[in-house]
Design a protein around this ligand. Structure first.
Ligand code: ARG
Length: 287
């Protein structure tokens, strides 16, 4: 008689309360193209963008997170993607210096918001697009380059925060920000511990793939199919992972690892080349 085999139990995931900055897409449209997803000839529906964005906002609030809002500005349709509005650790905000002129007008609004809300502002001297390209992974900062943020901004980050910065090179124009190709699933871990991450290996050059494999041997590798619907452009509180409903394989992989996928459809905002993570800036306050 065969023994019933015991299935491996997924790890117990613990939710961490997060504080986010978002911007209601009241002026959202696609009037220029600065990434392969944006086609100004394709119609956009601003009220649909607002409706979809609201479902993300509501999900964060329902699950106990705090969401701050920055006032949207006319003529700055990409301001909804607040992940590009800065990078914040320990109450210190590093504002963006955008690659393209089309978004440069956002810089002063984000900088002002940080100042008005009690954050210390440091830099920037170098071209960088905030949390779109910088992700905190335990003690280290993973930093993307290749399309938007400059390698020099990685060094500036290192000086400002006194943390190790690991540079990763993006090679596929569809995945032009780090947060479109890599996701941190545990926003807070014990000092010295490594969080679980998920990524799309071939969005990176070979050297970066090697670094990721070495540092994150337990990472989830996402399929091209799920990457291509911005499955990795997700937010996680350590238990709930907010993802696109179209990333079917990733949804399954997350559940197998004990996470709870929360499906949020931001198809309208994908017309601007952004998703859930792009609309979410994490505010890590001073302790
Ligand atoms: N249209 C915006 C741009 O190209 C989208 C930004 C997406 N943000 C992100 N964090 N990936 O700049």
């Amino acid at each position: 008689m065969s023994q019933p085999t015991e299935l491996p139990q997924p790890a117990e995931r613990v939710q961490q309360r997060r504080r986010y900055l978002m911007c209601r897409p009241e002026f959202f449209t696609v009037s220029y193209s600065i990434n392969p997803w944006m086609d100004p000839n394709e119609p956009t529906d601003t009220s649909n963008a607002v409706r979809q964005w609201q479902t993300l906002y509501d999900a964060y609030i329902t699950l106990g997170h705090e969401v701050e809002l920055i006032e949207p500005q006319p003529g700055l349709p990409d301001m909804v993607y607040t992940a590009n509005g800065g990078f914040v650790i320990d109450g210190v905000a590093y504002p963006p210096k955008f690659r393209y002129q089309e978004r440069a007008g956002e810089e002063r609004w984000f900088t002002e918001w940080f100042r008005d809300n009690g954050f210390e502002v440091a830099g920037p001297d170098e071209t960088n697009e905030g949390e779109g390209d910088f992700l905190l992974a335990g003690d280290v900062i993973l930093a993307g380059r290749g399309f938007r943020s400059d390698g020099a901004s990685h060094r500036e980050l290192e000086r400002i925060y006194g943390r190790e910065v690991v540079s990763l090179t993006l090679v596929d124009p569809r995945f032009y920000h780090l947060d479109t190709a890599l996701s941190i699933l545990d926003p807070v871990v014990e000092p010295g511990a490594t969080p679980t991450i998920a990524y799309l290996p071939h969005a990176f050059d070979e050297e970066s793939q090697r670094i990721l494999a070495e540092r994150f041997p337990d990472a989830i590798h996402v399929s091209d199919e799920d990457g291509a619907v911005f499955g990795l452009n997700s937010a996680s509180d350590g238990k709930n992972v907010f993802i696109s409903p179209r990333a079917k394989g990733f949804e399954k992989q997350l559940a197998e690892r004990g996470y709870t996928p929360v499906l949020i459809d931001l198809s309208e905002l994908l017309l601007g080349g952004g998703g859930i993570k792009c609309c979410t800036l994490e505010l890590r306050s001073a302790k």
